[in-house]
Design a protein around this ligand. Sequence first.
Ligand SMILES: [Zn+2]
Length: 98
Amino acid sequence: MITLTSTCDDCGSIESVEVDTTKFAAYKAGGTAKMHFPDGDWTPAHREIIMNNVPRPVQFYLCPMCWLYMEEGDHGPHNPDDGEWASDGPAGDSALRD
Ligand SMILES: [Zn+2]
């Protein structure tokens, strides 16, 4: 097992998740986070931490509380229209609710 940590870009909270070393290596080799860490065993919040531990075009991490804040508020720490949004983040389906 390996412990992955990420620091929230908004509030500075440090979140961590334990993943199987082999599984993490397989994810780094290719494929989506959801493919290697599917719903049921993993939550979108877990995947956010995992995804932030591999190089990606936009290195950005928000803790679950900040995601919640952003989903509920009209304005958050981040503007989804500015092109820096993580397309597969947990807030991705928020437009389908309400
Ligand atoms: Zn936060």
